[in-house]
Ligand binder design. Structure first.
Ligand SMILES: [Zn+2]
Ligand SMILES: [Zn+2]
Length: 620
């Protein structure tokens, strides 16, 4: 047993009161103040020996009282750090400090933190507070602190499972439950004799379809025996059905990055609201969303963690949206490595570095194929697309017009915002319909963005998200004010394909004026209002029955998307150091997945397949 091995290494006077698991980490609680403050070298030695993450914390009986601790923190941390909240988690002997400038709480080579630790015996944990206030981040963080007792039990039980005896990995199988030969409801089940893991669990969004749900009724799948869920990113086609699992009794962990946890909760809550507005029955209630947050385990990019006795997970940057990741799963001891790319952008954009490819080993890759069918006019580079967009906006503004950019709440909106923040343009930029909230979440996670954006925020003090031209629209009253004010402005609003959302109100208001402009920056699906307008329709009938005559200029800018184009997908594969043995294409329509698999086979001479939903592939 790992715990016995650690015990053997500890000195008699360590006065350890408890050794517990926190997921894959091992925590020692000590009653000795001396051991607590002087054990660093010893623990490093043990970590090297047992190769597991170990942390020492004070037993709750020896920590300083909270009043006094607050006083000490206020004394040692400079006011410029911008401390927003301080939470105590007595069960973990942790004090969680939310600050606008975490670096100043940590201090030079961590000295401020060390001094808090030595003076209070609490273990400080620092989180970045968003510069724009976000009710959502606040309530998620509050919920996690409130539930510490449950979290401690849950994490310990999870650790017991992770550290239980491993079985021989005789076989590895992958079953497609959604997103094979289609886009939407991404979901697959990865199994070994010992472990069952779900990779994403999404829904089909946008258009009405009767197959909106992954095949969770497949014989292969059972909520009760599921060990873990890995979520690559927040878009609902990957995250939308995760609360459903919790609503129906799943109580295991959900692994994702911290921004993915926040943004997916926001999108799931929005899904509930849309269902309510449209009088549809949702697949779950807010309870399911809450349970998912309660069971979430946060991983940073590159952080390796055991998720079962025979699987080890690492998330890496996918370049797609905030917090998006590709999942690398190491199965058995050196036996097999699987990369699930999730949605990837293999091009450095203003906001993100291109997707990670520096894997030591990958026997199989599950590759997204959104543009796997070749490029039809999507060859525009990101930079050219940006130039084009600025050109259009300036043209409309110069003639005294207003610009409407319909956009999804996450991703494209922030791409446009960060672009305009670095563009000379003397007009207000209005953000409507959840875009403000998702933008607020971005301000808490600069570490997850490109070096360029980090440099702006952390070194140049020019946060593109708090540009004074940006104005969030929070109420109908504010919206009316913008509608009635006919002065030049840029309006970024949901929904992205003009299927409902405040964008419709702006469209009604702006459509008649030829000097105004409507610019599409995202994909417009067949059957949507956006697509009809893109095709040149001038007489538009809205769902409300209202007719509008479209005289405003309509433009489309391609290339700003979060997916790799055809060439980028191939270049992405070329960058792998070791040739994989098997490529599985998914997340693309029938033609795209098949065509991409065919091309890869021809170019790389490796087995490439485009399975259908419900097919099972034996990886080993
Ligand atoms: Zn996505
Ligand atoms: Zn997707």
């Amino acid at each position: 047993m790992i715990i016995d091995a650690i015990k053997d290494e500890l000195p008699k006077d360590a006065r350890i009161s408890e050794i517990v698991y926190e997921g894959s980490e091992i925590i020692l609680y000590t009653k000795s103040k001396e051991f607590f403050t002087t054990c660093t070298t010893l623990i490093k030695r043990i970590v090297n020996k047992v190769k597991k993450r170990i942390e020492v914390r004070a037993d709750p009986s020896i920590v300083e009282d909270t009043e006094k601790t607050l006083e000490i923190i206020k004394k040692v941390v400079p006011t410029e750090a911008g401390i927003k909240d301080i939470y105590f988690e007595p069960e973990f002997a942790k004090v969680v400090i939310h600050a606008e400038k975490p670096g100043l709480v940590i201090g030079k080579s961590g000295e401020t933190l060390l001094s808090i630790k030595a003076k209070t015996f609490w273990t400080p944990e620092i989180k970045r507070a968003p510069v724009i206030d976000s009710e959502l981040i606040k309530s998620i963080r509050k919920m996690l602190h409130k539930d510490v007792k449950y979290r401690k039990k849950f994490l310990h039980k999870l650790g017991e499972k992770i550290y239980s005896e491993g079985k021989e990995v005789e076989w590895i199988r992958l079953t497609g439950l959604g997103s094979f030969r289609e886009v939407g409801r991404s979901c697959m089940l990865l199994q070994t004799p010992q472990t069952k893991v779900l990779l994403d669990c999404g829904m089909v969004t946008g258009l009405s379809s009767n197959k909106t749900f992954p095949y969770l009724d497949a014989a292969e799948f059972n909520i009760q025996t599921l060990d873990a869920v890995i979520l690559t990113h927040a878009h609902l086609d990957h995250s939308g059905m995760i609360p459903y699992l919790y609503e129906y009794g799943y109580r295991g962990p959900m692994y994702c990055t911290m921004p993915t946890r926040d943004v997916s909760a926001l999108l799931q809550l929005d899904y509930l609201q849309i269902c309510q507005r449209e009088n549809r029955k949702p697949y779950y209630s807010s309870k399911g969303i809450e349970e998912a947050i309660r069971h979430s385990i946060m991983l940073g990019y590159g952080e390796v963690t055991d998720i079962s006795p025979d699987m080890r997970l690492t998330l890496h940057n996918a370049g797609h949206i905030l917090g998006s990741a590709s999942a690398h799963i190491h199965i058995g001891d050196g036996l097999y490595n699987l990369v699930y790319t999730g949605d990837i952008k293999y091009e450095t954009t203003r906001m993100f570095e291109r997707a990670f490819t520096d894997y030591t080993r990958a026997e199989a890759i599950i590759l997204e194929s959104t543009y796997g069918g070749g490029d039809t006019g999507k060859k525009t580079s990101y930079r050219d697309a940006e130039e084009k967009l600025v050109e259009y906006i300036k043209k409309a503004i110069d003639r005294g017009g207003r610009v409407l950019i319909p956009s999804f709440a996450v991703g494209r909106s922030q791409s446009v915002i960060t672009l305009l923040a670095e563009t000379r343009l003397d007009v207000p930029i209005y953000l409507d319909g959840m875009i403000w909230d998702t933008t607020a979440i971005h301000t808490a996670y600069p570490e997850y963005m490109s070096k360029h954006i980090q440099n702006l925020i952390l070194h140049k003090g020019k946060n593109p998200f708090i540009d004074e031209r940006l104005k969030g629209i929070g109420s109908q009253k504010e919206r009316l004010a913008v509608l009635n004010d006919k002065k030049p402005a840029v309006i970024i609003s949901t929904s992205g394909m003009l299927m409902g959302g405040p964008a419709i109100e702006y469209l009604k208001n702006m459509a008649a004026e030829p000097k105004n402009m409507l610019v599409f920056v995202g994909y417009q699906a067949e059957g949507t209002m956006g697509r009809r307008i893109q095709k040149g329709w001038k007489d538009i009938q809205l769902d409300s029955g209202h007719n509008i005559q479209l005289n405003m200029e309509v433009q489309t800018v391609g290339g700003l998307g979060g997916h790799s184009n055809f060439q980028q997908l191939l270049t992405y594969l070329q960058r792998y150091k070791n040739k994989p043995r098997k490529i599985i294409t998914n997340h693309g329509d029938n033609a795209s997945t098949v065509e991409l698999a065919r091309t890869i086979h021809r170019m790389f001479k490796v087995e490439s397949i485009a399975p259908r939903n419900l097919e099972t592939i034996r990886l080993r």
